[in-house]
Design a protein around this ligand. Sequence first.
Ligand code: ATP
Ligand code: MG
Length: 200
Amino acid sequence: MKINRDKITRLRLAITGTPGVGKHTCAKILCKKLDLELIDINKTIIENNCVAKIDKTNGNEINQKKAKKVLKKVMDFEKRFVVVGHLAPYVMESTDVDLIIVLRRNPYQLRKIYKKRRYSASKIKENVSSEILGITSYDVLKVFGKRKVAEIDITNDNIEKNVEKIEKIVNKQSIKEFGKIDWLSLIYENKDVDILLNKL
Ligand SMILES: Nc1ncnc2c1ncn2[C@@H]1O[C@H](COP(=O)(O)OP(=O)(O)OP(=O)(O)O)[C@@H](O)[C@H]1O
Ligand SMILES: [Mg+2]
């Protein structure tokens, strides 16, 4: 029987999540370990003039149609890749990848990251709220369907351990989980709803 080597060597993965969760940090290590090409969504969008309107305060407006087309072309060229970026659910389609991992991170940790990055108060509020409400996960689920999606909480483990968790899902050594991360209950219990959602 003839073996289709293409099928064996092919690996099409996406990593997404709220800004600052650790997508690029994990993806870079994973690429080295598994010999994957890293496709950076933001970089690809900028380099191929897919920004419709520059807005430093609220975030750039993307030409979604063009970005989808350009990214598809880049992905088509690669056999083993991880495509990385928080815009994944808005500039990709389900058929582009076999698996998409949403990294999740405790909102208190995330807020510290944003403060270090000197994000504006409104940008912090927007991103922390988005993580608490699981906006990216919801949007990913809508576009890619439950069969292709997994969530990983990176909060309590070091980077290497989190990369291992991704690897295990990729290699089907651990079961994909989705919908179990609940920051809203956590901040309710801590009586921090106002601090994290309203008074940032
Ligand atoms: N697993 C981890 N555990 C603890 N800290 C981490 C982990 N992964 C990344 N970090 C730290 O979190 C910060 C943000 O990581 P990174 O820049 O990779 O996020 P990102 O999701 O790619 O952000 P952006 O969407 O803005 O590009 C970095 O300071 C990084 O060192
Ligand atoms: Mg990044």
